[in-house]
Design a protein around this ligand. Sequence first.
Ligand code: IXZ
Length: 331
Amino acid sequence: GTGSAAAVPINADFDIAYVTPVTLGTPPQTLQLDFDSGSSDLWVFSSHLPTSQIRGQQIYAPNKSSTAKLLDGHSWSITYGDGSGSRGNVYTDNVTVGGLTVGSQAIECAQQVSSSFTTEDHIDGLVGLGFSTLNTVSPKSQLTFFDNAKSNLDSPVFTADLKYKQAGTYDFGFIDEAKYTGEITYVPVNSDPGYWTFPSSGYAVGSGNFTASSISGIADTGTSLVYLPTAIVTAYYRQVQGATNSRSYGGYVFPCASTLPTFTFGVGAARFTIPAAYLNYAPVTPGSATCFGGLQSSSGVGINIWGDVALKAAFVVFNGGNPPTIGWAAK
Ligand SMILES: O=C(CNCc1ccccc1)Nc1scc(-c2ccccc2)c1C(=O)NCc1ccccc1
């Protein structure tokens, strides 16, 4: 089988995150979920949440689904690097994404979410697409939607075609040749950390020389920005008039009117250029003349993250075969 579903930016002004419609249970309950290759829990706003923590999100009510089953004695609790998090209990039910159905998928129902989830009213939960070793359900960890679907897929892959300020797609089970140009460059994935960790071959700032340098990082559809080693990031912002690394804003900022260089990264012999517009991420506060960069230092993060700002400059194949690999193509 295969599946194909839209990845829609949650904000009209800048690409904080992308959501995809997912139907749960019988009769179908449709939620808008954030597909996240940087984590491995499928969790949803649910009828078990205090109403004080719900602000407009759609909820999944397992007691309204004839196919829902409580996973007795199981719970989950997750914290993301930005300190946000959620926890709750677990049901299994049918989950459908773009025509692809998984029966008895673990659906982690939130009983508590942190304030940043409550205030983000366009995200009804997450679909983790990382490796199932990262799943937080206890005492028995659960498989991701992709791992459950894999055996029924024409090919054990999913692809991300994210776009700048417009809807893209997630495809499951096939590679759509119409979505990319040229060849797909595949590199090995180290899944031990539980992420889609792959080697990048180097970078260039604007029209400058390409610096060959092996950079290990993760392909993370759930993280908005790109986080790279300080040496690379300072080389980039040296080319931006008025850029500073702001302690108060927590990263590199610059006058919104600044001219930004592009940023090119290598995957094997292939080169991908992130347009300047993607790197002028957003005003630090609505209407401000100071803007926050789409490229930030990973020194406070602990790992290098190729988030949406990079992913939307390419067509990316997450190959869940044995061994796993990741493919990058121009589009
Ligand atoms: O957690 C993820 C992917 N999920 C991101 C997400 C999506 C919706 C809501 C909340 C979070 N990716 C990874 S892998 C490793 C980290 C990390 C980041 C900072 C410090 C330590 C670890 C993160 C992560 O938290 N990403 C989101 C993020 C937030 C702030 C700064 C950077 C990245």
